[in-house]
Write a protein that binds this ligand. Structure first.
Ligand code: FES
Ligand code: FES
Length: 155
């Protein structure tokens, strides 16, 4: 049965009425109109739907909405609340790291978590951190360059 649930998303309090186990991705996109997180596989295998829950990269396609209550949800939109692009976003543009762009949300959100814990990662650390995020277009090398470029700005 649908229930009212109050969530903290990108620093704002949002209330939705959904079935408790609804994947958070559906709520973000369909109810809150936050369309940066993408539906890729729906099976926790590609990373396109990645958001942060309390700062930790999380695959929202398999994360029940009720488990987000009382926690801090951050989407890609939350990285630029004032409209000013995050260094990672600027670096992705500068390196032309997107081909179709579908993986970009997950790549940036996963890279953000990496830079939060390791501000100046090595190339090997970047590759390892992004290893479970799939890119069907094969722009991995540009993505890695973009993360390394951004790291010089945020460190
Ligand atoms: S859509 Fe969530 S991991 Fe692929
Ligand atoms: S740029 Fe197309 S999936 Fe990565």
């Amino acid at each position: 049965m649908p229930q009212d649930m109050t969530l903290n998303v990108n620093g704002m309090t949002r209330t939705v009425r959904v079935e408790p186990g609804t994947p958070l991705l559906y709520v973000l996109r369909n109810d809150l109109e936050l369309n940066a997180p993408r539906f890729g596989c729906g099976l926790s295998q590609c990373g396109a739907c990645t958001v942060h829950i309390d700062g930790k990269p999380t695959r929202s396609c398999v994360f029940p909405t009720n488990a987000a209550i009382g926690r801090k949800v951050t989407t890609l939109e939350g990285l630029s609340p004032d409209g000013k692009l995050h260094p990672l976003q600027r670096a992705f543009i500068a390196e032309q790291a997107a081909q179709c762009g579908y993986c970009g949300n997950g790549m940036i959100m996963t890279a953000k978590a990496l830079l939060d814990r390791t501000p100046r990662p090595t190339e090997a650390q970047v590759r390892k951190a992004l290893g479970a995020n799939l890119c069907r277009c094969g722009t991995h090398n540009r993505i890695v360059r973009a993360v390394l470029r951004a790291s010089k700005e945020v460190a």
